[in-house]
Design a protein. Structure first.
Length: 284
């Protein structure tokens, strides 16, 4: 029989947040795969867990994943843990899950804490729809592309950032997305938990005189539908009627449907659009 891979969420700060089921799974597993064994041994020792442990991290995530998959095929049950939070969320666990799924090995989750969800729920911003970006890429080009994509994002946006990169990231977000409402969360679930609700520009000013400390979760307000609609309206107004039609027709949309969509975008009737296009054609 094949073994099973258990994705076990561990506390993001407060050890009391570990679940009874996670503790049982860690004790009963044949092996624990940990992102950093030096960090995880403290957790295991605290709860008197003696299960053997092996390292599984960013720098061995493919080669080691196949080794772990082989153990699972032999019938071993493996518990995967990250340094803090839920495995597979912004860590190499997703590669192991993918390989197990490809090889027909059962994967299950033993849920618990996740920094992104914890920060979102206490941010004071909309929780109904959100986009999780984790750490933005360090590559300047990739980073720029993602920030441009987020410029028109109407969902609440969640970003992770290290203290030494925080101010630069806030400045880049301000330059691309504009001065949005933001909640900066640090030391989540710990004694000195801090939620700083402000605007991006005010946060930048604050950190001129206060050194960022600890890992941050940035929860950023999405663009309002009203502002998005105004931007799009300006874009349509900058186009000629013919260019507007061609924009839709280039996507394979029929002329009749393109006319309807153009009329809606510009607040006109289809008849007026047709008449205007006809006049322009006659002029030519």
């Amino acid at each position: 029989m094949l073994g099973k891979l258990y994705l076990c969420a561990t506390p993001i700060g407060n050890l009391e947040d570990i679940t009874i089921r996670v503790l049982r799974t860690l004790r009963e597993a044949d092996l624990i795969a940990a992102e950093d064994t030096r960090n995880s041994i403290k957790l295991l020792n605290h709860f008197h867990i003696k299960t053997p442990m092996t390292s599984y991290h960013e720098y061995n995530k493919i080669e080691k994943a196949y080794q772990l998959a082989e153990k699972l095929r032999e019938g071993k049950n493996i518990a995967l843990i990250t340094d803090a939070g839920t495995p597979g969320i912004s860590d190499p666990g997703e590669e192991l899950v993918r390989i197990c799924q490809e090889e027909g090995i059962e994967v299950t989750a033993v849920p618990g804490a996740a920094a992104c969800i914890t920060a979102l729920t206490i941010s004071g911003l909309s929780t109904r729809r959100f986009a999780f970006e984790a750490f933005l890429p360090r590559d300047k080009k990739q980073r720029g592309i993602i920030l441009e994509e987020l410029k028109s994002e109407t969902r609440t946006v969640i970003v992770y950032e290290a203290p030494h990169h925080l101010v630069r990231t806030l400045e880049e977000i301000d330059q691309t997305l504009g001065n949005r409402q933001i909640s900066l969360c640090r030391e989540l679930t710990k004694k000195h938990e801090e939620i700083f609700r402000t605007t991006i520009q005010e946060a930048i000013k604050y950190f001129d005189n206060h050194e960022p400390r600890g890992e941050y979760v940035l929860v950023i307000k999405g663009k309002s539908f009203e502002d998005l609609e105004k931007e799009r309206q300006r874009e349509w107004n900058d186009m000629s009627l013919q260019e507007h039609m061609e924009y839709y027709e280039s996507q394979g949309i029929t002329q009749k449907e393109a006319m309807r969509m153009t009329a809606k975008d510009r607040g006109m009737s289809k008849r007026d659009v047709y008449q205007e296009l006809l006049k322009n054609k006659e002029k030519k």
